[in-house]
Design a protein around this ligand. Structure first.
Ligand code: ZN
Length: 423
């Protein structure tokens, strides 16, 4: 039986690898083809300098080329961990400690997490200090990089360990219905994190300040009033501490909701463009996008825990990967082998996310009674971030959580056209 499990896993793993690798190749080929034909999309005509376009092509090509190797490397590491019997060795080592059963389980999970964190360092370091630095984006120092890692470790200890302990206890004492209890617990925990993250955790990594006095602030306050958004939730963040990439996001629920504009974005945009970005973020709030995403994730969680409840009682699942049955072993194994199965959900989630982006863009265009500022903001963001102007449609459909700038600009123009027709 365990032989069958292993065969199914390896077949799906290979399929996932071929799809991911193939999509990246398609994307690189598309890039080469559009560069050769100098096919700059119409929306960007006269908006992007030839040297910026050339730089964006080089940036995309460099990242795509590196992705080939990081994909092979990451897959190899996962296979080695799963198939070499390493998990069994780590489990025996953890079980030999004098700790309680729960303590041993936590040690095991921590050791496996450490293996992936350490083996993931080379690709992460090269991406940050090699590629991002080469294109002038990286502002992180080695010191800051490792301080961030250390803070991440502290968070894992303070939040991750107690969380794991509760889940392991529920699995141990609740009998067959443990997964329903775990579902309730994790759902509440997720809600709590949505509140805690923007207010307590993110400020540990970045400085959040109310927007500075000035025209942008004045106009934002007026807009927020019009929309009915509490202005105490609008912040600027020192993103420039780590990277020159610019961004904005909406997060949190209830009183903890926030719109965050990176200082890099505020610096590079005109007041009108900045206002459009803010209107877009408030669109996410108005249309309850965070809540909708959360509901979908909760449904996935329910399904995932149910499947885990079946696997934990099925010894061949453990035997296939050289592990003795245990609750902590099931948690880790499930996390490691689920990739080739959940891989197909990612494009669906991205599709939903892209739908939300279109809705927020539409909201911004209608609220400002003009689509131009949002269009210009998008062009500005795309050019400054050296984003790929012409991704392969399959690649973007699969990987992009946001529609491409060209797709968004076309949609905004359509909104403007219909609105004018109605008026
Ligand atoms: Zn958005």
């Amino acid at each position: 039986m365990e032989q069958n499990i292993l065969t199914i896993f390896l077949a799906l793993f290979a399929l996932q690898f071929v799809i991911e690798f193939g999509l990246n190749e398609l994307n690189l080929r598309q890039l080469a083809a559009s560069t050769a034909s100098k096919a700059i999309p119409e929306a960007f005509h006269g908006k992007i300098a030839p040297e910026d376009y050339a730089k964006s092509v080089e940036y995309t090509a460099t990242n795509g080329g590196f992705h080939r190797w990081s994909e092979i490397y990451g897959s190899a590491i996962l296979l080695v961990v799963l198939l070499s019997g390493l998990l069994g060795v780590v489990d025996q080592w953890a079980s030999s400690s004098a700790l309680s059963r729960y303590g041993q389980g936590i040690i095991f999970c921590g050791a496996v997490a450490a293996i992936f964190t350490l083996t993931g360092l080379p690709t992460e370091l090269y991406s940050t200090f090699g590629i991002e630095a080469k294109f002038g984006f990286n502002k992180t120092t080695i010191g800051l990089y490792f301080t961030d890692k250390l803070k991440g470790l502290v968070l894992s200890l303070v939040i991750g360990v107690p969380f794991l302990l509760v889940v392991l206890c529920l699995m141990d004492i609740m009998g067959w219905s443990w997964w329903l209890w775990a579902f309730a617990f994790i759902s509440v925990f997720q809600l709590l994190m949505i509140v805690i993250f923007p207010t307590l955790i993110a400020p540990w990594f970045n400085k959040f300040e109310p927007l500075k006095e000035g025209e942008l602030r004045e106009r934002i306050l007026a807009l927020a009033e019009q929309i009915g958004f509490q202005t105490s939730g609008i912040y600027s963040m020192d993103g420039s501490k780590r990277s020159a990439h610019s961004n904005a996001y909406f997060t949190g629920i209830g009183k903890a909701k926030r719109v965050v504009l990176f200082d890099t974005l505020i610096e590079q945009m005109t007041t009108t463009q900045g206002l459009a970005v803010l209107a877009h973020e408030m669109g996410h709030y108005k249309m309850k996008h965070i809540l909708r995403m959360l509901l979908v994730q909760t449904a996935f969680l329910f399904g995932g825990l149910y499947i885990l409840s079946l696997l934990v009682a099925y010894p061949p699942f453990f035997a296939a990967f050289g592990l003795a049955p245990s609750n902590h072993g099931a948690l880790v194994l499930f996390t490691l082998v689920s990739g080739p199965f959940t891989f197909y959900l990612a494009p669906l989630m991205n599709r939903l996310s892209r739908k939300h982006e279109y809705e927020a863009d539409r909201f911004a265009a209608i609220t400002l009674r003009d689509g131009k500022p949002m269009e210009e903001a998008l062009i500005n963001l795309t050019v400054k971030n050296l984003s790929n102007l012409t991704p392969h449609p399959w690649y973007s459909a699969y990987h992009y959580s946001h529609p491409t700038s060209v797709e968004r600009i076309n949609a905004i123009r359509q909104v403007t056209a219909t609105e004018q027709a109605v008026a």
